[in-house]
Design a protein around this ligand. Structure first.
Ligand code: GDP
Ligand code: MG
Length: 757
């Protein structure tokens, strides 16, 4: 719908990764997601551009397409918007560092009757290659307005919009770059006849010659006539048309590029050299793991410079100063991520204390507990992780925007391709490291239903940012109280194990319930570039906004619910912190606790606090932040700290200690199983709702079951393997049996399918 005040609607159309969303953001001041890989935008989205002299235009950002003959649902969105909704003008965004390929789409857009303005984007990058493009010559060749811009630097945008305004006023008739032929003329006359009433007849008649599927659906009768023509001619029009488009581009358009040819070769070879290492068959994955490790070390390590290992500097740090615990502790300097978190915890701890002192009247104890422990304690436990979450996300954004993540997808493509997933499905998975919700939506770029099902199901295994606090806190306990490796290493291994479980699940699904041949997919690697501060800022701002929104809605409500449940008994008497063990919450916990016995963290039946882990895992089904919120909250109650002072890792430690003191056991295997269960299980409400709407109908039930099953079995397996290493043999044997079974099932199925055919 057009807003009343905007004078016209301009749609941004172009190849994936040509800079449409960047242009959209620059024009409208919006903060839509920009990523340096093809296929980030999967829905159209609109915003407003204001002319300096007054008036405005509506700008619509569309998913990227290579051609107006679409292959996937999100490409159809772009085509039907241009052809059926008919914006007043199309701004065709062309990446001029890839001129020839981008103009292929342009030649098709020009065949419609919609006014077109061509935006030659990335002129800044072209300049760096030592090249230039003659816009006015290209304009003459194509018969449309051409404006050179840089969406990133904001250059040429006013000229572009002025041209769009002019063009929108005009009536235009489609024009084609194809050489004339009898069939072309006749097809056009079929489509232009009065009774056919087709708009953009030239476009549609050419699509009919190409035997385009959508065209067949839209105008079956006309298509039939054109089909007869094609049969009569004996020419393969689909190939002929594509050839002629490229011939035209090469003959007429390529000469518009001026500049050094050899610099291109040099640049290519540089990028190639880098890629030869980064995407190397053998080195690629180790390099990826190493990069992840560095990132985790900067964000999570409590011993940033490995000082406490060597013990070299022990004693050099002043003990008992206010800086201890903030910057350093136990003879080690903390990593930047931990230091940032310490600062935030210091602030929130102080704030809680102030509020606590303020309501110090003895008669107000329940109120004070409600505000300090319930509301502030819960919220701050989550907010305390914000610095690390954003910091981690910052690094992921850099990896993504520089173009490296697309290489990672390429590396894993070689593995995944064998298991029924095309390279495309890896990008949504990697987006899952940020948040499952947009990642699941992004699976629209996939072709087959089965490929989408497989991908959506494993996206949560790519541990999202909301799960990072669980890793960080529990890993902290593992390393502090159980002598495990440094917490950054534990966190890293959780990420890698998540990927491993994803691979295993995909293989098994591919061989059994989701069998499907994979369409060939050639992955296109975007060019490397320096991460753009603006794009990074947008990513991080988005993340923080999302986080606060969640903290003050869903997490806030859960906090209150948990407080009420844990401070009242079934007969509604108010309970002190040290009485939580007879609360409603504890009874609910005891009820579900046995479910987790096989995973190790439900095995403390009868002990005072054994139910704590079960309860926290359940609150995580609402939002993953709740896990650590609840844990911190129970830990604080155990420590009898009314105000939050201890870190969340200490809270986990306190829960473990309380269970131990009351005669229970929480082993390191159980703690690790607890992490893995939370990573692998049913994701948060929002992700489930998204999966429900994105999956084919009837598939959400089996998918939920799948998540429960994988997390339950996975958790059990990790618990067993860590506490009783000899069980590794059993787990491996069972996995091998599952693979073998699935393999033979697949073979039998294929054989019987062949027979039938
Ligand atoms: P879309 O897929 O067409 O929406 O493309 P995006 O807007 O997501 O941009 C793809 C990549 O190209 C991002 O990494 C952008 O930072 C980069 N990019 C976009 N416009 C320009 C530009 O004018 N110059 C340069 N050098 N890079 C750009
Ligand atoms: Mg986009």
């Amino acid at each position: 719908m057009k807003k009343e005040k905007s004078e016209f609607t301009a749609a941004l159309l172009g190849n994936p990764n040509s800079g449409k969303t960047t242009l959209f953001n620059s024009l409208t001041g919006a903060t839509a997601y920009v990523g340096n890989w093809p296929g980030v935008t999967v829905e159209k989205r609109s915003g407003e551009f204001r002319f300096k002299k007054g008036g405005s235009a509506e700008i619509v950002d569309l998913p990227g397409i290579y051609s107006l003959s679409p292959y996937s649902p999100e490409e159809e969105i772009a085509r039907s918007y241009i052809i059926d909704s008919r914006p007043d003008v199309v701004i065709d965004v062309v990446d001029c560092t890839n001129l020839e390929r981008n103009l292929y789409l342009t030649t098709q857009v020009l065949e419609t009757d919609v006014p077109v303005v061509i935006a030659l984007n990335m002129t800044d990058a072209l300049k760096k290659e030592g090249k230039a493009i003659d816009a006015s010559r290209l304009s003459k060749v194509l018969g449309a307005r051409v404006v050179a811009i840089s969406a990133l630097k904001g250059e040429g945008l006013d000229e572009l919009m002025a041209a769009a305004k002019e063009a929108a006023k005009e009536k235009r008739k489609g024009s084609s770059v194809l050489p004339s032929s009898d069939e072309l003329k006749e097809a056009l006359s079929i489509y232009s006849s009065d009774e056919s009433e087709v708009s953009s007849p030239l476009f549609h008649s050419i699509k009919a010659l190409e035997r385009d599927e959508l065209e067949k659906k839209a105008n079956p009768h006309l298509c039939e006539k054109v089909e007869k023509l094609v049969e009569g001619s004996g020419i393969d029009y689909e190939t002929w048309i594509a050839d002629e488009r490229y011939k035209f581009i090469e003959r007429e358009c390529s000469p518009c590029l001026e500049g050094k040819r050899e610099s291109e070769r040099e640049k290519l070879s540089f990028s190639d050299k880098v890629d030869r290492v980064l995407t190397n068959r053998w080195a690629g994955i180790p390099i990826f793991v190493a990069i992840l490790f560095i990132v985790f070390h900067i964000v999570f390590s409590e011993d940033f410079l490995y000082l406490s290992y060597t013990g070299a500097i022990q004693g050099t740090f002043a003990e008992g100063t206010m800086w201890e615990g903030l910057f350093y502790a136990d003879g080690a300097i903390m990593s930047p991520g931990v230091i940032m978190a310490n600062f935030v915890n210091c602030l929130t701890g102080g704030l809680t204390e102030v509020v606590g002192n303020w309501i110090s009247d003895p008669s107000l104890v329940p109120l004070r507990g409600f505000i300090c422990d319930g509301i502030l304690g819960g919220l701050f436990a989550v907010i305390g992780f914000l610095p690390q979450i954003l910091f981690l996300f910052f690094f992921f954004s850099i990896l993504e925007d520089s173009g490296y993540m697309a290489r990672v997808a390429f590396i894993f493509d070689r593995i995944f391709r064998r298991f029924g997933l095309s390279g495309r499905s890896l990008l949504p998975m990697i987006m899952g490291f940020g948040c499952s919700v947009p990642a699941i939506m992004n699976t629209r770029t996939l072709n087959g239903d089965k490929e989408r099902i497989k991908t959506i199901r494993v996206i949560p295994f790519f541990s999202c940012m909301a799960k990072a606090p669980i890793l960080s806190a529990v890993a902290g306990t593992l390393s502090a109280d159980f002598g495990w490796a440094a917490s950054d290493l534990v966190a890293l291994s959780v990420y890698l194990l998540g990927i491993l479980v994803a691979i295993i699940s995909v293989v098994l699904m591919h061989l059994t319930t989701q069998r499907e041949a994979v369409p060939p997919f050639v992955m296109e690697l975007p060019s490397y570039h320096l991460p753009q501060p603006r794009a990074l800022a947008i990513h991080i701002y988005d993340k923080a906004k999302h986080f606060f929104k969640k903290a003050f809605t869903i997490i806030f409500l859960t906090t209150i619910a948990i407080w009420v449940l844990s401070h009242f008994s079934w007969d509604y008497t108010y309970l002190e912190n040290n009485q939580i063990n007879v609360s409603i919450l504890s009874d609910i916990g005891r009820l579900i606790q046995p479910l987790f016995t096989p995973l190790g963290f439900g095995s403390q039946l009868g002990t005072a606090w054994g139910w704590a882990f079960a309860v926290t895992a359940i609150t995580g089904l609402i939002a993953k932040e709740n896990v650590i919120m609840t844990m911190a909250y129970l830990g604080a109650a155990i420590l009898q700290i009314e105000e939050f002072g201890g870190s969340d890792a200490e809270a986990v430690g306190a829960v473990v200690e309380a269970i131990t003191l009351s005669g229970g056991v929480v082993s390191s295997g159980a703690l690790f199983a607890f992490i893995m269960f939370n990573v692998l299980t049913v994701p948060c409400f929002a992700a489930v709702a998204t999966a429900r709407s994105e999956l084919p109908s009837g598939k959400i039930g089996p998918t939920l079951l799948f998540w429960l099953l994988v997390s339950y079995l996975g958790g059990t397996a990790f618990y067993l393997m860590i506490d009783w290493p000899w069980t590794i043999a059993i787990v491996v044997a069972l996995l091998a049996a599952a693979f073998a079974g699935a393999f033979f099932y697949d073979r039998r199925k294929s054989a019987s399918e062949k027979e039938r055919a």
